[in-house]
Design a protein around this ligand. Structure first.
Ligand code: ADP
Ligand code: MG
Length: 295
């Protein structure tokens, strides 16, 4: 081909299923020496399912009432956990109330008005009050010990239930981690807003030992900045609104296209359009070859 090497690298990346937004991106990908992966939607398939319903005694709700309440609040959200909750309610053909005053806080959860109540759904670590009944924390712990993501439901500030949500690893997660480890000389790091127990369990399965859990979007940025101050070139791979600031802060940001939120896709330097994580090490390898041809 007579194309300049970086442009043909873009074309090649496209053939591999990765859309790079500019030639500069290919150049940068070739310099990456540290990789940070998001968990939900990146290392996992991002199509989690509700596998456990735990109404708490104070709420007096049935399984279906708990699910319907959570789903009504989650309906406007594009978070994978929200879709899991809404899909579970639809499967049970539960009628969902219209939500008002919807608000979502990345890394934390959602809040909405449902049937005259303020309903919040999200991270137990962030939403359970400091003086919460120890029995509530015990239910959360049981759900997390099973390797599931626990999501707590509060009605007017009172915890009324816990949902257990499970997600599958992507089939190419282990191979991708191995390839990235070989390319950069160090295993990728897991950056997640999810709980430590579920995150560590999943990480161990794919060969990741450095796990940073319970992170808010700005904590992901802080981790990236700390590495870059050491002179590293960080590649962040993520899919969510919660990943967007880290995608922007990193030397290079790559978003998972299929499950990816609009904000992540806009912020990233490149987008994985074929829904395979293994395309990420493939394009890093490609851009290294292209760089050698240029310099
Ligand atoms: P990750 O970094 O693994 O992609 P997120 O930062 O998106 O995870 O979410 C972190 C945690 O915040 C979740 O594990 C969950 O507890 C809570 N959370 C965020 N958004 C929602 C939501 N829409 N519904 C329920 N829980 C949520
Ligand atoms: Mg995610």
């Amino acid at each position: 081909s007579t194309m300049p090497p970086l442009l043909s690298a873009i074309a090649n990346a496209g053939r591999h299923g990765v859309l790079a937004k500019s030639a500069v991106v290919m150049e940068r990908l070739g310099r990456v020496d540290t990789v940070a992966l998001d968990k939900t939607g990146t290392l996992t398939e991002g199509t989690p399912r509700v596998v456990d319903l735990r109404p708490l005694p104070d709420g007096g709700l049935t399984d279906d009432e708990l699910l319907a309440l959570a789903a009504a609040a989650e309906r406007p959200s594009e978070h994978p956990l929200a879709r899991a909750v809404v899909d579970a309610a639809r499967e049970r053909r539960l009628p969902l109330a219209e939500a008002t005053d919807f608000a979502s806080v990345p890394g934390r959860g959602v809040s909405a008005g449902v049937d005259g109540h303020t309903v919040r759904v999200g991270s137990p670590a962030r939403l359970l009050p400091a003086d919460a009944d120890p029995a509530h924390r015990e239910v959360v712990r049981e759900v997390e010990d099973a390797g599931h993501t626990a999501v707590v439901v509060l009605r007017d500030g009172v915890p009324v239930g816990v949902l257990g949500i499970a997600d599958r690893l992507r089939p190419d997660a282990t191979a991708t981690v191995a390839a990235l480890t070989e390319l950069t000389g160090r295993p990728p790091v897991l950056l997640t807003g999810d709980n430590e127990r579920a995150a560590r369990r999943l990480a161990a399965e794919v060969g990741i030992t450095d796990v940073r859990a319970g992170l808010l979007p700005q904590d992901k940025v802080a981790a990236v900045r700390a590495w870059e101050r050491e002179g590293r070139n960080v590649l962040v791979v993520g899919d969510g609104v919660n990943d967007a600031p880290a995608l922007a802060a990193a030397h290079t940001g790559v978003a998972m296209g299929k499950a990816g939120s609009d904000l992540a896709l806009e912020t990233a330097d490149a987008v994985v359009v074929r829904d395979e994580l293994a395309t990420v090490p493939a394009v890093v390898r490609l851009s290294r070859t292209a760089r050698r041809l240029v310099v």
